[in-house]
Design a protein around this ligand. Structure first.
Ligand SMILES: Cc1cc2nc3c(=O)[nH]c(=O)nc-3n(C[C@H](O)[C@H](O)[C@H](O)COP(=O)(O)OP(=O)(O)OC[C@H]3O[C@@H](n4cnc5c(N)ncnc54)[C@H](O)[C@@H]3O)c2cc1C
Length: 306
């Protein structure tokens, strides 16, 4: 099913993001944990892709295993930076032959320690979107519509484009090129998301927008989030709450989860199309958020809160 089909069926999506572990032990540990995530009945899960890195095949392998186990519906991320057209086409053929329905099409970032790139065949995510659309039109996918295509959105902007008006035009161009939905960068201040969603509306972006959330489970996680999502702000009210528990990790975690619960309640009340949890492969915080939201053991209760 395409993501829009799921939204039409369920009203909204609840999804989880994983990264493919590197070591065999970490893979086994994640695979065991997938059962715990599956109990929460997400609409889909997504698996990140290491731009320019050596872990690219891990994404493919994890996605295929998830599909074979039929526990969770996987959406692979695909970054285009550093890839040739032939490589991208080979990946698209492979995912199509395995019946993967959706892809999250991204540019990716060149790792800091990697040599500078020369002339790029895919300088921006829009180039990948266009390539997937061409693949879809060629009839290479068992679904006559081809892959459903998601792209990234940045409610607080993106470091490469300080001009926010231009940045919104780049996002609109990805939708016009054929993307069907947007998943956002993580944010901790809903007012940024709501304002940005209004700006999407103003510029004529009418595809579903799925909000990305990552619960803060420790002060170190907050620093990591700040690295992962450069430019993301942490409201003073949140920082003040966490700071009072400097020496009490359990209370920091509880406060971080409570903050995420408040964000979710607000987003659900304001009719968000979906919530995407950046899980860092850990199930505990996600499960606790579900419990606190009164969703019990599955996301069905959240999806039905229209
Ligand atoms: C939901 C989500 C999932 C992610 N998953 C991964 C992952 O799995 N692996 C990974 O490596 N990274 C991932 N990232 C990070 C992402 O790849 C980086 O943030 C990257 O810098 C931007 O990717 P993009 O797809 O938005 O790129 P683009 O849409 O290409 O935008 C990148 C920058 O270029 C600008 N731009 C776009 N088009 C043009 C143009 N035509 N001319 C000039 N400038 C332009 C944009 O305004 C923006 O500043 C993810 C991010 C999000 C939000």
């Amino acid at each position: 099913m395409h993501i829009e089909d799921i939204i039409t069926r369920d009203g909204r999506t609840v999804s989880f993001e994983f990264f493919p572990p590197k070591s065999p032990e970490a893979v086994a540990s994640l695979e065991a944990r997938l059962e715990v995530f599956a109990v929460l009945e997400p609409s889909f899960v997504s698996v990140t892709y290491g731009a320019g890195g050596s872990t690219r095949m891990h994404t493919h392998d994890l996605v295929v295993r998830m599909r074979q186990r039929k526990l969770l519906d996987p959406v692979p991320h695909l970054t285009c930076i550093g890839h040739t057209e032939a490589e991208i086409d080979a990946i698209l053929h492979r995912y199509a032959s395995e019946g993967i329905s959706n892809l999250l099409a991204l540019r990716g970032d060149q790792p800091a320690d990697a040599p500078p790139l020369g002339e790029e065949e895919f300088p921006h995510a829009i180039d990948l979107v266009q390539r997937i659309v061409r693949f879809n039109e060629s009839g290479g996918h068992p679904d006559t519509r081809g892959f459903g295509i998601g792209v990234a959105g940045f409610p607080e902007g993106h470091p490469d484009t300080p001009n926010q008006l231009v940045h919104m035009e780049h996002l609109k161009a990805k939708i016009d090129a054929g993307a069907n939905w947007i998943t956002t960068q993580l944010f901790t201040d809903n007012s940024h998301f709501f304002d940005w969603r209004d700006r999407c509306d103003l510029i004529g972006i009418d595809v579903p927008v799925i909000a990305g959330l990552m619960p803060i489970t420790s002060l170190a996680t907050m620093r990591r989030m700040s690295d992962l999502a450069a430019g993301t702000t942490f409201p003073a009210r949140l920082q003040r709450r966490l700071a009072q528990y400097q020496d009490d990790p359990a209370s920091v975690e509880q406060a971080g989860i409570q903050w995420a619960v408040e964000q979710c309640n607000d987003l659900l009340d304001q009719g968000v199309a979906g919530i995407h949890f950046y899980t860092l492969n850990k199930s505990d915080a996600t499960r606790r958020i579900f419990e606190a939201l009164g969703a019990g053991s599955s996301s069905a209760a959240l999806r039905s809160r229209l």
